[in-house]
Design a protein around this ligand. Structure first.
Ligand code: TYM
Length: 327
């Protein structure tokens, strides 16, 4: 008996340099899922999504290539995992339209990510407002079972599930209802100021930043002013939260004990984080250099990925268009 594989799907916007929030929140879990032979992983560069906030064509193209390089350098294996650009799958736009015709405006108006951007003064375009419908199309067009994401995407996954269920209710069983995979320990990676690490908050540490500049940033991570000799509560310390991302369980226990004993300076923890960071990405940094030196190979990976993704998208779209009465 052949058991069909579970499809795992996720995307990243090429809206700036990828950071530790992207890495620990989504890329690392996604890369671990690629190792399970029962999974077939589809990961993509969400360039249509980034277009909502990137009006510069050269920048959009450049950042798209960089996201692909970052993902490959961090361990994405193109022999096992399908890596592609969202915009290479034209069918996405057709499904987005069909889903738009089912989406109540109120559902979009309630989306936090949109409301957050508007509350920070961004003048929204219709693309930004409709963003969750495009994201639902991204997921539903590949019959995706599992979607590894950080917690900030949870509501978008709920919208996706809502739309799939609404579609199935109206037109009969047609779309697979996906599940979000959100790991508690890395659901919200904190930034330099303790808020969620984000490009928009300018509180991020790049995965492949210049090491000196990254060290400076780490030294700037906000802490309280408890004196060195006093015991400290690791669970209220942003530095400890970041250290935990990199360290092994025994090292975490040791660091916790050092906090609680007293005599540990925040400067020492910052230095430990920097060393962990450097060590963690050292091999990936080397791989990234050789990948970057071979742009044709990168284009070929993305082209082959798009071909595989498109074959699935065409089938699902055909099913959808037949269900709604267009085909
Ligand atoms: P994006 O590009 O903002 O982020 C990519 C992934 O990184 C996660 N992430 C974080 N996780 C934990 N802590 C953080 N500080 C942190 N910052 C970012 C995000 O949760 C995300 O998983 N809308 C998506 C892209 C997208 C997509 C999709 C994702 C488009 N279509 C379909 C999944 C499926 C986004 O803007 O992610």
């Amino acid at each position: 008996m052949t058991v069909s594989k579970r499809r795992v799907l996720s995307g990243i916007q090429p809206s700036g340099t990828l950071h530790l929030g992207n890495y620990f929140g989504m890329m690392k879990p996604a890369l671990e899922m690629q190792a399970d032979p029962d999974n077939q992983c589809f990961y993509f560069i969400a360039d249509y999504h980034a277009l909502t906030q990137t009006p510069d064509p050269e920048l959009l193209r450049k950042r798209g290539r960089e996201v692909a390089l970052d993902f490959l350098a961090c361990g994405l294996d193109p022999e096992r995992t399908v890596l592609f650009r969202q915009s290479d799958i034209a069918e996405i736009m057709q499904l987005t339209w069909v889903l738009s015709c089912l989406t109540p405006l109120g559902l979009l108006e309630r989306c936090h990510s949109y409301k957050d951007k508007v509350s920070r003064g961004l003048i929204p375009n219709a693309g930004l407002f409709n963003y969750p419908i495009l994201m639902a199309a991204d997921i539903l067009i590949y019959d995706s079972h599992l979607v590894p994401v950080g917690r900030d995407q949870k509501q978008h996954l709920e919208v996706t599930r809502d739309l799939a269920q609404k579609f199935n209710h109206q037109y009969g069983e047609c779309l697979l209802v996906p599940e979000a995979i959100i790991r508690d320990e890395t659901a919200v990676v904190p930034g330099l100021d303790g808020q969620k690490m984000s490009k928009s908050y300018d509180n991020y540490i790049e995965i492949f930043g210049d090491e000196k500049a990254v060290r400076k940033k780490i030294m700037r991570i906000k802490t309280d002013s408890t004196p060195v000799e006093e015991p400290k509560n690791p669970d209220r310390c942003n530095l400890f939260a970041i250290y935990k991302l990199f360290a092994a369980p025994a090292e975490i226990r040791e660091m916790r004990a050092a906090y609680e004993r007293g005599g540990l300076g925040y400067g020492q923890v910052k230095q430990a984080i920097f060393e962990k960071y450097r060590e963690h990405f050292a091999a990936a940094r080397q791989r990234r250099l050789s990948l970057a030196a071979n742009p044709e190979q990168l284009e070929e990976i993305l082209r082959a990925g798009a071909e595989k993704a498109r074959a699935v998208a065409q089938k699902v779209l055909h099913r959808v268009l037949t269900a709604v009465g267009i085909k």
